[in-house]
Each structure stands twice: as structure tokens, then as C-alpha cells.
Design a protein around this ligand. Structure first.
Ligand code: ZN
Length: 187
């Protein structure tokens, strides 16, 4: 099922998400919907808070990028970054911040402990695009967005776009929960 994606300035994107205690049929269904929603929006990563669930769960699939065509999709639950190495700058975007891109400096590789889709503990070392997407999505679980990590000068250049998103002026070719809809639900 394709779920609408929460947009910049939505409170849920600023919350620290809660760890999962296990994977039941509801979570399995949610994981499937997260992949559907991510693929529908041509995204390569999606964190549960972006579809309205403040839990420590993310999915990613970078196989649509030709260079990474053989990379398998990943389900990551309760991730902990154990170690980082090096650093590099890469341009990022986010399904919750449509139309905005910017360079972000991050560690180049990470050692990650997490639970997989069967809630089995895994430890792995990730570099390149996988390390990049994992760190971006793990940030979502802590209420951090990539624009928070942009250099001030670069951030000023996208300030107008961010203000437009905050006021509910969202142009995306996938379903979103924009500000006035939230007001309608709450009101
Ligand atoms: Zn994002």
C-alpha cells in the first residue's frame, strides 16, 4: 500500500523515534508499505517517521542506481552506529523535503549494529552510497534532517524553498501529508 509522506515542518520528523521490541504481522505489513511508498516516489531510502510512525525502522534500496544494481534492499531496525571512518561530501535530497538538494559532509564508512526484517541481530560495515543512505535515514530516527547538516551558507540558499514547504506549498509527484491536511485532521 502506498502511504503519503510527511513533509518538512511536520512535528513527527523532529521526534526521537522509539525502538521496536519485535517484528509482528503489523510491522511486516508496514515494511511492505514502506517499500511500496519509497519505490512509488523514486526514493532510495525511507524512515518510518516519514510515513507517520515514530519507530526506529528504515528501509533502503539503491539498486535503481546503475552502479549499485546488484545491491539488495535492506530493512534496518534499531540501528546503532558503532564506529565511523573517514569523511566525504555528497549531494543529498529527501522525500520529505521535495525540490531541495544540498551537499552534506558525513563519515565515509560506518560499522552498524541493527536488527534485520526477522529481528535477527546483524553487524556490518558499510561504505559508499550505502553508508550515505543509512546515515541519512538513521538521522530521521533522531529527528535530524539533512538540511540541518548543510553548511550555513548553502542552507541560506534553500531557505525560501524550506519556507514554502513549511507553509504547505508542496510540489511532489507522490502522495504527501501537507500542512493544511494535518490542520484539517487535528481541527
Ligand atoms: Zn530523508
Amino acid at each position: 500500500m502506498i502511504l503519503p509522506i510527511n513533509i518538512y515542518s511536520d512535528d513527527i520528523l523532529r521526534q526521537k523515534a522509539t525502538p521496536l521490541k519485535g517484528v509482528d504481522s503489523g510491522i511486516k505489513e508496514l515494511i511492505k508499505s514502506m517499500f511500496d511508498s519509497m519505490h512509488n516516489a523514486s526514493g532510495i531510502g525511507l524512515a518510518a517517521p516519514q510515513i507517520g510512525h515514530s519507530i526506529r525502522l528504515l528501509v533502503l534500496d539503491i539498486s535503481c542506481i546503475a552502479k549499485y544494481a546488484s545491491e539488495l534492499p535492506m530493512v534496518v531496525i534499531n540501528p546503532h552506529i558503532l564506529a565511523v571512518k573517514g569523511s566525504n561530501e555528497m549531494e543529498e535530497g529527501c522525500l520529505s523535503i521535495p525540490g531541495v538538494q544540498g551537499d552534506v559532509l558525513r563519515p565515509a564508512s560506518i560499522t552498524l549494529k541493527y536488527r534485520d526484517a526477522n529481528f535477527v541481530e546483524q553487524t556490518g560495515e558499510f561504505s559508499g552510497m550505502l553508508a550515505r543512505v543509512l546515515q541519512h535515514e538513521i538521522d530521521h530516527l533522531d529527528g535530524t534532517l539533512f538540511v540541518d547538516r548543510m553548511e550555513k551558507r548553502d542552507r541560506r540558499k534553500v531557505q525560501q524553498e524550506l519556507a514554502a514547504l513549511s507553509s504547505g506549498n508542496v510540489k511532489a509527484d507522490y502522495p504527501v501529508v501537507a500542512r493544511e491536511q494535518i490542520a484539517a485532521i487535528q481541527g
